[in-house]
Design a protein. Structure first.
Length: 570
């Protein structure tokens, strides 16, 4: 029998009350701009006449406005408090109902967390020793210089069992495998941000081995993964293997202790098109940096066009993991049988690189009619970003109209929401990786809209999502490791669990509340709540809510670096 929303809300409230109650101040735990709206959310008491705000210079202020909000997800009553114009930089003290917390106002509040989010990719490099990671230094693991061709990937010139070399790249998520679909998407998302912010990234130093060269650190980090991606193209026909993987996930051990054989498996249309798109963008973006990477741009362009040709000849080769035998493979699938969006992204990127009419024709054929937030399985927006980079491009007007419609729909109801943000008001906002695909990527679209309209009206909403992400939410967590006063300590991440260091890698975005609870039968402890926005568990066993992944961190990099760039430019 289908339960009504009110029945679910009552059940959520009962569970939440069992978990304990009391006054809580939900706020952005990292920091806010001087001109950013200052909103906090109070649970457990009506703060009217009770809330005190002490400024850095000792003055005591009253909030500007308090409104009551009843959650459509849990039925909980909360109070959304507008603190007013707190433009003085420094630390504010908030006190209500015996609870006290700090609120930081700074000129560059997102600088450290944005840099840490990007530096995370250095810490998860595969196949090399990490010797600039401080407490997180480790020996090399998974050299991947002797990888086997799986029977599913066999061809006449590369039969099953052939040994190939496929080193470098990033570990994909909490596991140690490397997946073309997700790697290409992750790079594409960060390339899109770089496209918008080249001056900002030219100055951003993330303290990686390549930081002393003439190339921006973001591009240097992308190159480490691009070099691996290049090895995943079959040199004989141009198709691209779907992933490099062990047959089964490794245990929670360090990379250097892993012993399973590793394979390249089955070519797929989706992987090949994602590869073509990201190589086309790489060819364009690395062209000015021949000094550090001589010949790469031309090589990447050729590989992109060859991959696209393979995909045109094999438009429906889908990855079916259950078909893989000798050995069977049980790791992440990243399967996708709808490749029109991949054709659109690849054709758009190749047209932008080459100007060839054939790519224009294909892009028009596969162009979307509705703007959606980026995800590894839905990359049409990455194709749209190619056209939005130039106001004179053929599809600029159509993509802009779709983007603004998407953003306008997302911000409806913010003024009556429980946490004063576009994200987090519907049960559908929550699920696997929601903090990336639904929150960060949504905010990234707001920043695009802000730039395209020149009005700054969407920036406010992008900042509201940052407030939600960093603590103004139903659980009170800052969902990025190493930041805030309540952040995840036990992510589903093998190295963080096995390295003997108490704190996990800093700068990792966890997946977030997931009412699907796909790990419910195997987790070490029960979820604290079944409410959609409270269904989060900070435990290493919770892969459904507490895993990390490169695509999620890529969205965090694109989003927070853009926010930081807004301040850096002033």
């Amino acid at each position: 029998m289908k339960k009504s929303l009110s029945t679910i809300a009552l059940a959520c409230v009962a569970l939440s009350m069992q978990a304990g109650s009391g006054v809580q101040i939900r706020r952005n735990q990292v920091g806010m701009y001087p001109q950013q709206e200052k909103v906090v959310v109070i649970e457990g008491t009506n703060p009217k006449g009770k809330l005190r705000v002490t400024t850095p210079d000792g003055r005591v202020l009253k909030p500007r406005q308090v409104r009551k909000a009843v959650s459509p997800l849990s039925g909980k009553t909360r109070y959304v408090v507008d603190l007013g114009d707190l433009t003085l930089t420094g630390t504010y003290r908030l006190t209500v109902g015996g609870q006290q917390c700090r609120l930081t106002v700074a000129d560059r509040p997102y600088g450290d967390i944005a840099t840490s989010a990007l530096r995370l990719f250095y810490l998860i490099r595969s196949g090399v020793p990490i010797d600039m990671g401080g407490a997180y230094n480790r020996p090399a693991g998974h050299p991947d210089t002797s990888v086997l061709v799986h029977p599913s990937a066999a061809s006449l010139l590369r039969p099953a069992g052939t040994v190939v070399s496929s080193p470098l790249g990033w570990y994909d998520a909490g596991d140690y495998n490397k997946y073309v679909v997700n790697s290409a998407f992750s790079i594409g998302l960060m390339f899109a941000a770089y496209d918008q912010l080249p001056v900002y990234f030219a100055k951003l130093n993330t303290n990686i081995p390549e930081s002393s060269n003439q190339t921006p650190d973001l591009l240097d980090e992308m190159m480490f993964n691009l070099r691996w991606l290049q090895t995943m193209q079959d040199p004989y026909d141009g198709g691209v293997y779907h992933k490099l993987t062990t047959p089964n996930f490794e245990g929670f051990i360090m990379p250097q202790d892993c012993r399973q054989p590793r394979y390249v498996v089955a070519k797929s249309t989706a992987a090949t098109l994602d590869f073509a798109a990201v190589m086309a963008d790489a060819a364009r973006l690395f062209e000015p940096f021949q000094h550090d990477y001589p010949g790469f741009a031309a090589q990447a362009a050729a590989q992109a066009e060859r991959a696209y040709q393979w995909a045109k000849e094999h438009p429906a080769v889908y990855y079916h993991q259950s078909d893989l035998k000798d050995p069977a493979v049980t790791t992440g699938a990243y399967d996708d049988e709808h490749t029109g969006d991949e054709f659109f992204w690849a054709a758009s990127a190749l047209y932008r690189l080459t100007g060839r009419q054939c790519y224009m024709d294909d892009a028009r054929q596969h162009a979307p009619t509705l703007f959606t937030t980026p995800s590894w399985g839905g990359v049409a927006s990455l194709g749209a970003f190619e056209w939005l980079a130039d106001s004179k491009s053929a599809l600029y007007d159509a993509m802009k109209t779709q983007l603004l419609a998407c953003c306008d729909a997302a911000v409806k109801g913010v003024g009556t929401s429980s946490f004063q943000s576009p994200f987090g008001n519907r049960a559908s906002d929550f699920g696997w990786g929601c903090l990336s695909e639904k929150l960060c990527c949504q905010a990234m679209l707001m920043l695009y809209a802000d730039r395209l309209t020149g009005t700054q009206q969407y920036r406010r909403y992008a900042l509201q999502n940052a407030d939600y992400l960093l603590g103004r939410n139903a659980t009170g967590y800052c969902y990025v490791t190493g930041f805030g006063d309540k952040s995840p300590m036990h992510p589903h991440h093998r190295i963080s669990e096995a390295d003997g260091v108490v704190a996990p890698f800093p700068g990792m975005l966890v997946g977030g509340p997931n009412p699907g609870q796909q790990d419910k039968a195997t987790i070490n402890q029960p979820y604290p709540s079944d409410c959609p926005d409270e269904s989060y568990l900070d435990d290493m066993s919770s892969y459904a809510s507490n895993e990390i992944a490169i695509n999620w961190n890529a969205s965090l990099v694109a989003y927070l670096c853009w926010l930081d760039a807004l301040a850096a430019a002033q």
